[in-house]
Design a binder for this molecule. Structure first.
Ligand code: 4UV
Length: 568
């Protein structure tokens, strides 16, 4: 049996009796870089409002008091965060955690049905939203019979919050109320006590809630810290990768695991400042880099493409950038090399991670300023990897196979879904669904994706979810969704569709209506799904969907067919 262990870095003991807010806000950790009182934790990009450590702690206290006294949030209650990035995002999460509750973060661009799906799956009893989600949240709550006074709204300058109670109001009110009683964790309890229910489709099927315990987030932060040798003098000050007072942008959404764990939790641990950006807009990001003297960018490949190709880049002085991490989807060599030449002095490389491994599995080596082009980085301390070849045997260095990982940050499984859990979480190991190769220095190379999911601009798109939506269209009797390459988005969904007998007869009688049916299918998906799930790859009509004898879709066949079709 070959197991490949991370090659460098020593992982300290990971506290298994702390909740995430205790770890971030209360815990006296000798390894943690000190934060000067004049260095803010967070800056609101638009207003410039700064939030310092003590204020973050106090606001969390106030909100926890209010949630406990006025909303009875307690042990295991699930609170759904349906919001763009906001300076009170950590306040909301950590207040719920302090009460023993669980946070389920959702994409704020979701439509009503997508939100309902997540509300139902998590049985959330309270929703915290950004003002621009008022309509969607209200209609989803009404459909599910959730009282509208269970919707709270983040405060945004100039935005109406209607008749809804705001978070800021509750924070202030909470500070006058009786102190909540902290849900302390007993020894070992951090390993099972749930902190997050984040959604991922895993290797197959529709999105599922990933059960993430407190220790998973704490472990990944400490793994990243050990990898980065935060406390050691491994390099002159100016060359160290994360320094207190460095300033990072948070254009990555905090509802996604990359933004949540790495951009927010890890960088706060590093005593850095995070500029909270509610909605990504490239030119605004450039302005923000100059305005806030941003040093660190954590981005996804399409944003890297923009940095390389967008004409506006020339108008801004980006010389303050000293770190760019790219992850969540494959990065082309061309873009990688261009970034190297555009930012000659910056640390640049890839990170690779997954919701189910909460979060990072590999990141480019601390000994190299630049990652190896095309490489997904080096396994971080605490990660043990297996490479499972197609014949099921375990491979060694240089062999190609599915990556299966064991790490102290691994999630527990899929919430309330034993079958899916058993397929992906096996004796503490997580099947990634990614095909890789590992070299003897612990460097990881992703060679292919075996699992069904598509990555559109770094976001997961589950073919099974879109197929379900397509089957709800009156003219569709069967469907299969595959990804086709796209220069900007990485890939986009294309649907193969079989018409119903009735629709096929109508087309036979009048072939021109096929275009109307195609338009109607595209619209149907657009009306029901968030933008990155739309069928940007188009709709192709076929007689039947190829299946194996047991009825499983032969996706690979259609993937090949799609490649051929889009070539011509
Ligand atoms: O579950 P998820 O949506 O999670 C992510 C997480 C990405 C991260 C996390 C921490 C980082 O520091 C970082 O750089 C990136 O995306 O999707 C997981 C799947 O996304 C693909 C791969 O198929 C995972 O199983 N993926 C993630 N990172 C990369 C990637 C990468 N660097 N290159 C290629 N594919």
């Amino acid at each position: 049996m070959s197991e490949i262990h991370a090659t460098a870095g020593i992982l300290p003991a990971i506290p298994d009796d702390l909740s995430i807010p205790q770890f971030q806000l209360d815990h006296d950790d000798p390894n943690r870089p000190a934060r000067h009182t004049n260095i803010p934790c967070l800056i609101d990009d638009a207003s410039g409002r700064k939030v310092y450590f003590e204020e973050l702690r106090e606001r969390t206290q106030g909100f926890a008091n209010a949630l406990s006294s006025l909303y009875s949030i307690a042990e295991d209650d699930v609170v759904l965060l349906f919001s763009r990035n906001h300076v009170d995002y950590p306040v909301a999460m950590w207040a719920v955690h302090r009460l023993g509750g669980v946070i389920s973060p959702a994409n704020p661009d979701f439509g009503r049905k997508e939100l309902e799906y997540q509300l139902k799956a998590t049985k959330a009893t309270l929703i915290i939203i950004h003002p621009d989600a008022l309509e969607t949240a209200t209609s989803a709550a009404q459909t599910l019979g959730l009282s509208l006074d269970r919707i709270l709204v983040f405060d945004v300058q100039g935005a109406s919050t209607g008749k809804f109670v705001t978070v800021d109001h509750l924070v202030k009110r909470g500070l006058q109320l009786k102190a909540f009683s902290e849900r302390k964790l007993g020894p070992g309890e951090g390993k099972t006590k749930l902190a997050f229910l984040s959604f991922s489709s895993g290797t197959t099927g529709t999105p599922k809630a990933v059960a993430i315990p407190h220790i998973a987030v704490i472990a990944n932060v400490l793994q990243l810290a050990a990898h980065a040798k935060l406390k050691e003098d491994y390099a002159p000050w100016k060359d160290r990768r994360y320094r207190p007072g460095d300033v990072a942008t948070a254009v990555l959404p905090l509802y996604h695991i990359y933004g949540l764990v790495v951009n927010l939790h890890f960088l706060l641990y590093c005593a850095m400042t995070i500029v909270i950006v509610p909605k990504f807009n490239f030119e605004n990001m450039l302005k923000s880099i100059v305005r806030h003297r941003i040093t660190h960018l954590m981005i996804v490949p399409p944003q890297a493409v923009l940095l390389c190709k967008h004409p506006a880049v020339k108008k801004y002085d980006l010389s303050g950038i000293r770190y760019i991490m790219i992850g969540a989807a494959p990065l082309s060599d061309e873009v990688n090399m261009k970034l190297f030449s555009l930012f000659p002095d910056a640390h640049i490389g890839q990170g690779y991670g997954m919701t189910e491994t909460c979060t990072v599995t590999s990141i480019w080596s601390i000994e190299r300023k630049r990652g190896l082009s095309g490489g997904a980085g080096r396994l971080i301390p605490g990660v043990i990897a297996r490479v499972v070849k197609t014949d099921g045997s375990l491979g060694g260095y240089h062999d190609i196979g599915e990556l299966v990982v064991k790490a102290p940050s691994n999630a527990l499984g899929y919430y309330n879904n034993v079958k899916a859990t058993e397929e992906t979480f096996i004796d503490g190991w997580v099947r990634t669904g990614d095909e890789v190769k590992i070299t003897p220095d612990g460097e990881l190379w992703i060679t292919d994706r075996i699992k069904e999911i598509l990555k559109v601009r770094g976001f997961q798109v589950a073919p099974a979810e879109l197929e379900g939506t397509l089957l709800n269209h009156a003219d569709v009797s069967d469907a299969c969704v595959v990804g086709i390459p796209d220069e900007f988005s990485g890939e986009v969904p294309l649907a193969f569709v079989v018409l119903t007998v009735d629709a096929a007869e109508r087309v036979k009688a009048k072939p021109s209506i096929l275009q109307d049916i195609r338009a109607s299918i595209l619209k149907h998906v657009a009306d029901n799904k968030v933008a990155y799930k739309h069928l940007a790859g188009g709709v192709e009509f076929v007689e039947s969907i190829p299946k194996n004898p047991s009825g499983k879709l032969l996706r690979r066949v259609l993937r090949e067919q799609a490649k051929e079709l889009r070539k011509t």
